[in-house]
Design a protein. Structure first.
Length: 291
């Protein structure tokens, strides 16, 4: 899971949190309106999804009416609690109904063949559960705010920010750990499928190829992603160098037929080809892969 994409998904809430800082009614109203627009745009473009999307729609629609239009003081006084508790309840509900909200973001970086695996499902519940605790902690911070006014608004903002940063850090570390575990499992699978037991593909290299498959899927190149996954995980090879040759030729075919690619995909293909060229230095001169 990409923690940055997860933060992008929460950008309406972050924009609201930043713009509404202080005690200005105008800033608060602007923050709510900006966040409401972002929720709509991200929902239409599918950058935002699931229960977290609908939590944003409900909360910011409510805030537009009660705060931006009616200027209801009771709602304004408890807006921080309402925002954090809305996110907490949406997270809790996603777990209860068996659809942890982080799972849909994780699927963008994991081959579809692994979506039903126990490890993948468990990791979705784990990360979502941690974010649930984070939103609960921020709710409690907002509950405590009126009782300690001497600490000041920015002290509480700092605590909330620290809690959010800890969530991002956990998501990043946990995702990297899961990626390494998949790479390790893939390496073991490769060794069991090759008679020579070659070490030509390291665990790090295998992770690069699995990441390439995931990025290809997320950018809509499902056919080549499927072929690469089959070569890597479903085909028995005599040697690891044979596997590298076929994977390399498949990637080259894709490069030649796809002139326009995202910078992220171009860089990842370059890293994968660097690995392949250690085994097949002249692979650029070869023909198309065997069918």
């Amino acid at each position: 899971m990409d923690a940055l994409k997860l933060l992008v998904a929460f950008s309406p809430w972050i924009a609201f949190w930043i713009i509404s800082a202080g005690h200005s009614m105008v800033r608060l109203q602007i923050g709510i309106c900006v966040a409401a627009v972002l929720v709509l745009v991200m929902g239409i473009t599918k950058l935002h999804r699931g229960l977290i999307l609908w939590a944003g729609v409900v909360f910011f629609a409510f805030a537009v009416v009660t705060v931006a239009v009616l200027e209801n003081l009771r709602v304004i006084q408890h807006l921080g609690v309402l925002a954090s508790s809305t996110l907490f309840m949406a997270t809790l509900l996603s777990i209860v109904i068996g659809q942890p909200f982080t799972e849909s973001y994780a699927r963008e970086h994991v081959p579809s063949e692994l979506w039903e695996s126990p490890k993948f499902i468990r990791s979705g519940y784990t990360v979502t559960g941690v974010w649930g605790f984070i939103f609960l902690a921020n709710t409690l911070v907002n509950v405590a705010k009126p009782y300690y006014p001497e600490l000041g608004e920015w002290s509480f903002r700092g605590v909330e920010l620290g809690i959010l940063v800890s969530g991002v850090a956990f998501t990043t570390v946990y995702s990297n750990l899961m990626r390494k575990n998949r790479a390790s499992a893939g390496e073991s699978c490769l060794q069991s499928r090759t008679k020579g037991g070659t070490n030509s593909m390291s665990q790090t290299a295998f992770a690069e190829f699995d990441e390439l498959v995931s990025i290809l899927r997320s950018e809509g190149h499902d056919q080549v992603a499927g072929r690469l996954h089959t070569l890597l995980h479903e085909t028995a090879w005599t040697t690891g160098s044979e596997l590298m040759g076929e994977v390399g030729l498949e990637i080259l075919t894709f490069q030649r037929s796809t002139p326009s690619m995202s910078p992220e995909l171009q860089k990842l293909i370059g890293r994968c080809m660097d690995v392949i060229k250690r085994v097949w230095p002249a692979i650029d001169t070869n023909a198309k892969p065997n069918k």
